[in-house]
Write a protein that binds this ligand. Structure first.
Ligand SMILES: [Zn+2]
Length: 266
């Protein structure tokens, strides 16, 4: 999650939400990597879903909010059972995990009995232990459309992720032509992980690092651990970061973000 930037003037009654033509959008990054978005989700909750085509296995990094089914939306992508890695147990990353049989995550995340989540900002902020910034109002509802007729946002409940394998630091995920190393990087949450492709110096970073204000004071966050995580990231040979939120960025920007975090918190 990222801190909200959208402001709202006044408090008019919420309009009836339109039905989205498509709940997801998809963008090819290169021949193997695709990113999926949920454009009708408020920026606070709008996470990146990364799909990496491998020679033997495909990899999915995170699974979205779970408002609409992910798999049926992309039959051309989910031709085989992918390896799903959940970077951490927040609703915007694990909501669709129940659709996948090979689901992997770190044991320190609460994926089997997650809190229910909410699409209403007040309820969600309360659940996460966040206070709404004084100068930045967010809408009452964190979606601007519904996925299908008669969908009721109040019925949203985060479903457990059926974890089939726990990941620890140093584990390798082998796609045949690409190997990714699991990095356990606590701070945003206790079991936050990133996936690192050493050959291409690519980092799939989840919410460990993205190019916006990082959340380190919500339930489960640990600023001391986050400083150590940033020190580790600063020294990692990285060319490109594909984060959990927002656009990708380069290694120079990663080191700037890490240095700024350490300077602010250490
Ligand atoms: Zn998160």
């Amino acid at each position: 999650m990222t801190l909200p930037h959208v402001t709202r003037a006044g408090s008019t009654p919420a309009p009836k939400l339109p039905v989205a033509d498509h709940w997801f959008t998809v963008t090819a990054v290169d021949n193997a990597i695709t990113v999926i978005h949920e454009p009708h989700v408020h920026p606070f909750l709008q996470a990146n879903i990364w799909h990496i085509r491998g020679r033997q296995r495909d990899l999915l990094v995170d699974a979205g909010l779970g408002v609409a089914p992910l798999r049926p939306a992309f039959p051309h992508l989910f031709t085989d059972e992918p390896i799903l890695v959940i970077t951490h147990g927040h609703l915007d990353h694990m909501g669709g995990a129940h659709e996948f049989a090979d689901c992997r995550a770190h044991q320190a995340e609460n994926l089997q009995t997650p809190p229910p989540g909410a699409l209403a900002s007040a309820a969600l902020f309360d659940e996460l232990g966040m206070t709404e910034p004084d100068d930045e109002e967010v809408p009452e509802l964190l979606i601007s459309a519904i996925p299908y007729e008669h969908y009721d946002p109040e019925t949203y409940r985060l479903r457990p992720a059926p974890v089939s394998r726990y990941l620890t630091d140093g584990d390798t995920i082998d796609l045949g032509d690409r190997q990714l190393t699991v990095l356990h990087l606590p701070g945003h949450s206790p079991g936050s992980i990133a996936l690192y492709d050493a050959r291409t110096q690519t980092l799939f970073s989840g919410d460990v690092v993205y190019d916006d204000q990082l959340l380190d004071d919500i339930h489960g966050a640990d600023q001391e651990a986050y400083v150590a995580t940033m020190a580790r990231l600063r020294d990692l040979p990285v060319t490109v970061v594909h984060p959990g939120h927002g656009p990708s960025f380069d290694g120079t920007r990663l080191r700037e973000i890490a240095d700024a975090y350490i300077a602010a918190r250490a």
